[in-house]
Design a protein around this ligand. Sequence first.
Ligand code: PEP
Ligand code: MG
Length: 592
Amino acid sequence: MVRLELKGTPVAPGVGVGPCFVVVETTQEKVPRRDVSEDQVEVALEHFEQARVHTMDKLREIQEVTSRELGEGDAAIYGAQIAVLQDPSALDAIRQMVRQELVAPESAIQAVVDKFEALFESLEGGEIKNWAADLRDPWYAVIRELNLEEEELLAVGEGRMVLVAPELTPGLVARHRNHPLAGILTARGGRFSHGAVLARAFGIPTVIGLEAVHAKARNGEPCVVYGDDGRVFLGAEARLREEADAYARDRAAIQASLNAAAGRPCEMTCGRTIQVLANIESLRDLEMFEPSHTDGVGLFRTEFAYMERPVFPGEKEQTELYRNVLEHFPDKPVVFRTLDIGGDKQLRYFQTPVESNPVLGWRGLRVSLEWKDLFLIQLKALVNARQQGDVRVMLPMVTTVEEVKEVKNMLDTLRADAKDSVRRVPLGIMLEVPAAAMALEDLAAEVEFVSVGTNDLTQYLFAVDRDNALVSKLYQPFHPAHLRVLRIVARTCDLLGKNLSVCGEMAGQLAGALYLVGAGYRSLSMAPPFIPEVKAVLRLASFHELSRLAKEARSCSTAGEAHKLLEEAAATYWRQVVRDAGTSRETSGAAP
Ligand code: PEP
Ligand code: MG
């Protein structure tokens, strides 16, 4: 028996079994009304009080750090937010609603916030309307705190949970840091959004595109998530859970056999060796995989270290972080990508302008070149860390040669100031903007290496927002147009003798890795869970075979045909991997 069976879009492989927990996302929609029974009222009010006090404590902490690092003027806003949470009339209204109308505290807070908003809406003047946000934000922080506390309680009682939310965001996935997750289910999100990228990196089975799943799931009910094919069972009976456990055991057996060989170089049958690198987001990711399975780090997304903190990290703190990462990779390259915020990656301590088209707006290097003082701190920290290992600096969202020259000037000034005779830190660009692919000769002349970000390159090549489910069918990394651009990039770098890699998600998909190696790429960087299987498959192939396959894929006229061709080739190699591993399961664990 199952209460509800659903089918969505799988975005991170694996199978998960655990109780559901519905995450309240105050930034995206209003909190729905939830009732409490009369005997739950006092406990609910106690939780409310705890959450309010915790929120005020957190605000005080941020206020102190901000005041120390940026001055009292900038810290004043947090004092005002604390005062909002002490307002006796709002407190009375919330407590009364819980007691008299028997609604949960978060629903009562929402009702009070709605009243403020209606009041400010009726007043004249744009500035006054902004005050509504000043009152709303601290109360929304209390709602999130309440939700987090409830989640903690369930996690302590029931173990690994399946998070259910309206949208797959990086913040949602980051909750796995509080406690391990069995899965994630969301109504919205993109397969190549940063939330999906993180879910794959952390190995959390994830399914999106499940309509209103956050309204359908019930807290605490048992759930099964198949991240390989998108099946979801809410209120799953014991038999379904046992089936899922058996599937997971099979999967683990293959993984164990692949892990045993993952430390060996990725040498193809023809003798060509492919460099296989890891994409990581934080120091904690290093606990989840074995650095000796990789040839280094091809993409360290530094922005996540910035996003997790309450204030911008200083030079000393960043230097320490970069040194710590390097320590795990002695004698191996570590490519640090400079701050890449914008779109779905925001720093909560900086107000960035509201843009009507953020994906085409103020992102990546564009932000760093405007906020030069902050960018300089990061460059200094990276240069400081170079004694610890093989630091390489990579710039995101590069569009023009002038941008790269500006960064080189900054690095030159830094070195001159330090009277530094030590070797230069190699500089590289991410190739994500189609114009950069067409001007690659000029750009490549300025740098030591190039890494293709296929996630963004696909987004910009096809003019489809990678987070927007409405146009997701046009987001086609396997479209021959993209495959041809990738081939042009490989040939150009080959002719120029420039180091080239791919760090977009395509490198971690078996079909994608086969294509890229066939198109001439000798270096692939991917989320750590995919390294063992990509290595296992490539070891069974020769460059000659893959080069023919890649050519055939490029000559297709639709994404569907090219994808099918590459998927079929991947499935053939994978069957061989499974046979060699001596298990029966045929589903790959690679990125769906
Ligand atoms: C990419 O765009 O392919 C990439 C690796 O960067 P991100 O996914 O962080 O935008
Ligand atoms: Mg990108």
